[in-house]
Design a protein around this ligand. Structure first.
Ligand SMILES: Nc1ncnc2c1ncn2[C@@H]1O[C@H](COP(=O)(O)OP(=O)(O)OP(=O)(O)O)[C@@H](O)[C@H]1O
Length: 598
């Protein structure tokens, strides 16, 4: 409960933690802006005192004083920028830790976003806002009225000229926001499309090459690039136009103030020093005002980031509260409660009201024809599919709400078509742990019966593989994926479509591995199209039309399957025979194992 409450308020706490830094930066901004008044004061004194008194001593003293103040100004300005950069970094570090620690499985790599957890984009956006100069612009804008007040003190007419200038700049900023908003979005989308295409090409490089798909992809590539280029040029044109307008407006206001000052000086209402100082002050006012207006869209963006982040944290905190309220201290087991899952494509039910209770140390086999939903069922247990009804509970907790670290301890998953991450075999087995334990890596490989094969490679466990494991055979890929699934000694081992080669080539070793895991209390869930006939399976289920029914024995499951397949009655009929190449190279004919091909 407490951790849920802390999570909910963690963004505010992270800002509060940097409160001292933020306040210091704000106060430094005040000092910086006060010191900036030194320039106009210097001008007034030069024109009105030094030139009239012709005193070189005064001039030297003033120059020394101003130089000293400018030096302090530089140091303070630099210091506030450093402070804000640290504030942003501290906020990001704190929030990233919180998000990664509390991320649920369904929050990881969501919506194809490149970030590993939901909320990290928002944190990144806020960090950028804190230290990219936006806060400096806000602070300077807050102190800008100080300069306006000084101009008003010099002469009210000059003050109003400044205010008019600020109005024009505000109008330009509003126009810019209206014209540029959509264009920026379009340009971002167009360059995003190019990046997406690039990622697709990188991921499917071999297929594109082997199928000569370049012919199809090249025009797409050109089209995407052209669109990105055109949008970026259009955006650049508009940006340049507004930048120029803003610069010209500043100059116009500045010269208007100079002209007004000159007029007032001619009329004897202003000194020459005050006239020059007013011109200088206008720049000091319009600069921060302009920068502030430019930052307005970023401020709205930051506000959205903040709102989204606090919503994400609140949702996660709510989930945590629910979890602990549901079944505190429930005994270890996997429970599926009336689980239903719909296809995101068609909306049709893939799984219908599935219920199952499985305990530690059980070996459960689920059979079913192709497309009956075996993979979907396993991946729903893993928390990767959205359920339309029901729940998957591990020790009373929803699987989708386990954190990444918790899920890693609970599950070991050997998928039907294993995929890897480009890196070494050791990194892949250990799930890219920062410092993999060689002992554990070796043991996992041994249990997957792959240790000797890996050691025989020139680089052994340091052998680099790509995402598809192209340098490995299909069997080795499967073994590697099994080793990866076993690395963390999972409580639940999930094997989708057990590889037929495992049964043909190393049935005894497979049995040793699986029975050892069973004895250690690992719950093993396996799927196969046909019953595997392992002999050490505790319970058999049949998945048909999205419904899971328990079978009394493997043979009845098999019978059911035959009925389902509408296959010719096969009582007493011999199983088809297949040619098997043995390790010594000899070829023999054997009954086809009762497993599905991948
Ligand atoms: N990502 C997805 N999006 C939409 N539908 C999907 C997705 N993955 C699977 N399906 C659909 O869900 C149904 C069940 O698929 P699933 O992969 O679970 O079957 P299976 O029983 O494991 O089949 P096989 O034995 O051939 O692997 C299929 O009709 C499939 O088209």
């Amino acid at each position: 409960m407490n951790s849920a409450k802390a999570l909910r308020g963690s963004a505010r706490a992270a800002v509060r933690k940097g409160g001292f830094i933020l306040t210091s930066a704000f106060l430094l901004s005040f000092l910086v802006n006060v010191l900036r008044l030194a320039g106009p004061m210097f001008m007034i004194l030069i024109y009105d005192r030094v030139l009239t008194s012709r005193s070189v001593e005064t001039l030297v003293a003033l120059v020394a004083l101003v130089m000293g103040l400018l030096l302090v100004l530089g140091v303070l300005d630099y210091a506030r920028k450093r402070l804000l950069a640290r504030f942003g970094a501290q906020f990001q570090e704190k929030m990233e830790q919180t998000l990664l620690r509390h991320s649920g499985r369904n929050h990881v790599f969501q919506h194809n976003k490149p970030k590993p957890a939901v909320g990290l984009d928002e944190v990144d956006g806020l960090r950028g806002f804190f230290h990219s100069g936006s806060l400096i612009a806000i602070f300077d804008f807050i102190w800008a009225p100080m300069f306006v007040a000084v101009v008003f003190v010099l002469h009210p007419l000059l003050g109003w000229a400044c205010v008019a200038g600020v109005g024009v700049i505000a109008l330009l900023a509003a126009l810019q926001a209206i014209f540029m908003g959509g264009r920026q979005e379009r340009s971002r989308a167009a360059s995003g499309a190019v990046n997406q295409l690039k990622n697709v090409l990188i991921a499917s490089r071999d297929t594109v090459r082997s199928q000569d798909m370049g012919v199809g992809f090249n025009p797409r590539w050109q089209q995407a690039r052209n669109q990105a280029r055109d949008d970026s040029i259009a955006l650049r044109d508009w940006t340049s136009w507004f930048e120029t307008m803003s610069r010209i407006t500043t100059m116009v206001v500045r010269y208007s103030v100079l002209a007004t000052g000159a007029l007032l000086t001619l009329q004897g209402e202003l000194t020459v020093g005050a006239m020059v100082a007013a011109t200088f002050l206008v720049t000091r006012i319009l600069g921060p005002v302009d920068r502030f207006f430019v930052q307005i869209p970023r401020m709205f963006e930051a506000r959205q980031h903040w709102q989204r982040l606090t919503r994400i944290l609140a949702n996660r905190a709510e989930e945590l509260e629910d979890d602990y309220a549901e079944q505190p201290g429930a005994p270890y087991r996997l429970v599926l409660q009336n689980l239903s899952v719909r296809s995101p494509l068609t909306g049709n039910l893939i799984l219908r009201s599935i219920s199952l209770t499985a305990n530690a140390g059980e070996v459960i086999e689920i059979n079913g024809l192709s497309s009956q939903g075996k993979t979907v069922l396993l991946e729903t247990i893993l928390g990767m599919w959205q359920q339309s009804a029901g729940a998957v509970l591990i020790n009373g907790r929803h699987t989708s709400r386990l954190t990444d670290a918790e899920a890693q301890r609970v599950f070991g998953y050997a998928p039907e078509s294993p995929g890897f991450v480009a890196g070494t075999i050791e990194e892949n087995i250990s799930g890219f742990e920062a410092s993999p334990d060689p002992e554990k890596v070796g043991e996992a490989a041994r249990r997957a019966r792959m240790h000797a094969a890996i050691c025989s490679l020139p680089d052994g466990f340091k052998t680099v593989i790509d995402a598809r494991g192209t340098c490995l055979s299909a069997f080795e890929r499967y073994q590697l994926s099994l080793a990866r699934a076993l690395y963390h000694s999972p409580e639940i081992l999930i094997i989708d479509q057990l590889d037929s080669d495992m049964l043909v080539r190393i049935p005894k070793k497979l049995k040793q591995t699986l029975t050892a895991l069973k004895d250690e209390g690992t719950l093993i869930l396996m799927t196969a199209r046909d019953p595997l006939g392992l002999g050490y399976t505790d319970r058999h289920f049949l998945l048909k039309d999205g419904k899971l029914t328990e079978q009394k024995s493997a043979s009845s499951s098999n019978q059911n399957r035959r009925v389902a397949e509408d296959a010719p009655a096969a009582a007493g009929q011999q199983r088809p025979r297949v040619a098997v190449v043995r390790n010594d190279g000899a070829v023999s004919e054997e009954p086809r194992p009762k497993v599905a091909r991948r």
